[in-house]
Structure formats: structure tokens, C-alpha cells
Design a protein around this ligand. Structure first.
Ligand SMILES: [Zn+2]
Ligand SMILES: [Zn+2]
Length: 268
């Protein structure tokens, strides 16, 4: 009997030690990922097989850090990048992190509208020989805004409700929204919708910046997205946490609030 207790004690010690070791290892790994993210300012997260989000952070002078999401999609042995990081240096850091964490070359890129959280790193990509594709209006607007200009323009996306096949993803222009030129990207294989800044995260309390967009049209294209992509498994917003189709209904609600308050202000 004593021998039995002795073996039982040994076994319990081994089990608890290995559990503790596992916990410590997991803690070390997550600390390593966090410090990597802090060090580079870039977080790359796999959200489905061969699909990652990339998140970079803009530091406002008051110390607030604001996250911005793009997408990385594997196609064979190369990658498609959707949107640059928020800045040129951040985009260089993004390419370094992609090399470290995924280790496949980026062959093509899409920018989803002419704002710096999407397009500030276009020159960095082009300097590395990566083709950067955009809506024709994005080319005009990046020039006007003094942003680096994408070197390739999609043909067949000029009209609202148009789409083109771009390697293993679909690029759609449903119409103006957050920006006049906002594109969205659909991954048919994984049923992932990249809404970019035309989709608000559940944590967003307002529609955000509509200075360069059209709120009425935004509501229409969001209704359209909600119908067309009701079967989406994941929806990626331009800023904040990835979610499901509830992000589309949340964006609709925020737009209704915005439009109602503006209609009220006009009447007052
Ligand atoms: Zn924008
Ligand atoms: Zn944005």
C-alpha cells in the first residue's frame, strides 16, 4: 500500500510540474508575442488557414494608440496584402514581420481607399517591386491628398456594385461610404469579408470620419453588404476587433443614428 501511495505522489508531482511548465511556456510565448508586437508596433494574427490580419498602431500626441487592420492572404506560395500599415516605417516593419512570421513573399497588394491608414506605405511596397492595385478614384484622391499613388488601377470597378476577381479574392466597389472610393474584399474560400473602414467594430460608438465620404450611400452599401454576405463567417473592420455579421448591423445602427441626428440638426 505504501508503495502505491509513493507512486501516486510521484505521478501527481509530475502532472502538476508539467502543467506548471506548460502554463509557464504559454505565458512565455504570449509575452514573446506581446514584446514582438510592442517592439515592431505590428501584430499579425492568423484568423483562418492562410489568412492573417495585420494591425498597426497610430500614436496620437495625447498618448492614445489607435489600431488599424489590414489583411494578408496566402495564394500558393506567395501572399496578397490588403492595405499597408499606418505609415511608411510601419509598412517596412510589417514586411519584416511577415518575413519573420509567415516567411512567404508578398507579390500583390490592394489599397482599399485613399487615406493614410490604407495607403501611406504604398511607396514602400512599390520600392520592393510589389504591384499596388486600387480603384481609379483612389489614384486621383491619393494624388490630391499628397499620399503615395498606387501604380495599378482595377478595370471594371468604376461603377457602383461592380466586382473583379483578383487572384484568389474578389474585390468589390459597392459605392461611396466612409470614403468615395472604398473597396471591400471577399474571400470566397474562407467566407471572410474585409470591410475595411466601411465597417465599424462593435466597440465603435459612432460612424467616425465621414468627411471624405457619403453617409446616405454608406447606409445603402451596408444594407447591400448585409444581404450579399449574410453567410460570412468573419467580418474584418478597418479598426478594432474582428467579428461576424453583427458588425454590419452595428454599422447600420450607427449610420441611422448619424443620419437622424443630422436631419434633426437641419430642422432646428
Ligand atoms: Zn479612411
Ligand atoms: Zn480608417
Amino acid at each position: 500500500m505504501k508503495i502505491f501511495y509513493f507512486y501516486l505522489c510521484c505521478w501527481l508531482c509530475i502532472v502538476s510540474f508539467s502543467a506548471q511548465a506548460k502554463t509557464e511556456l504559454a505565458a512565455t510565448e504570449s509575452t514573446a508575442t506581446e514584446s514582438l508586437a510592442k517592439e515592431s508596433g505590428i501584430v499579425i494574427q492568423e484568423i483562418a488557414e492562410g489568412v492573417w490580419t495585420h494591425t498597426s498602431y497610430y500614436h496620437y500626441p495625447n498618448g492614445v494608440q489607435f489600431p488599424s487592420n489590414g489583411l494578408i492572404v496566402k495564394e500558393g506560395e506567395s501572399l496578397i496584402l490588403v492595405d499597408t500599415a499606418w505609415g511608411e516605417i510601419k509598412t517596412l516593419q510589417l514586411l519584416t514581420q511577415i518575413k519573420k512570421q509567415i516567411n512567404l513573399p508578398v507579390h500583390h497588394a490592394v489599397v482599399t481607399h485613399a487615406h493614410s491608414d490604407r495607403a501611406a506605405g504604398v511607396d514602400v511596397l512599390e520600392a520592393q517591386g510589389i504591384d499596388v492595385w486600387a480603384h481609379p478614384l483612389t489614384k486621383t484622391l491619393t494624388t490630391e491628398h499628397g499620399l503615395p499613388v498606387p501604380n495599378k488601377v482595377f478595370k471594371g470597378l468604376e461603377q457602383s456594385n461592380s466586382q473583379v476577381d483578383f487572384h484568389n479574392v474578389k474585390v468589390l466597389f459597392l459605392g461611396a461610404g466612409h470614403a468615395m472610393d472604398n473597396l471591400i474584399v471577399w474571400l470566397p474560400g474562407q467566407k471572410i469579408l474585409f470591410g475595411g473602414c466601411a465597417v465599424r467594430a462593435t466597440s465603435a460608438k459612432s460612424v467616425g470620419n465621414v468627411k471624405h465620404g457619403d453617409a446616405h450611400s454608406w447606409l445603402k452599401i451596408t444594407d447591400n453588404m448585409a444581404k450579399q454576405f449574410s453567410h460570412a463567417k468573419l467580418v474584418v473592420p478597418g479598426h478594432g476587433e474582428v467579428g461576424g455579421t453583427e458588425l454590419l448591423s452595428h454599422t447600420q445602427t450607427l449610420l441611422h443614428v448619424y443620419l437622424n441626428s443630422h436631419a434633426l440638426n437641419k430642422r432646428l
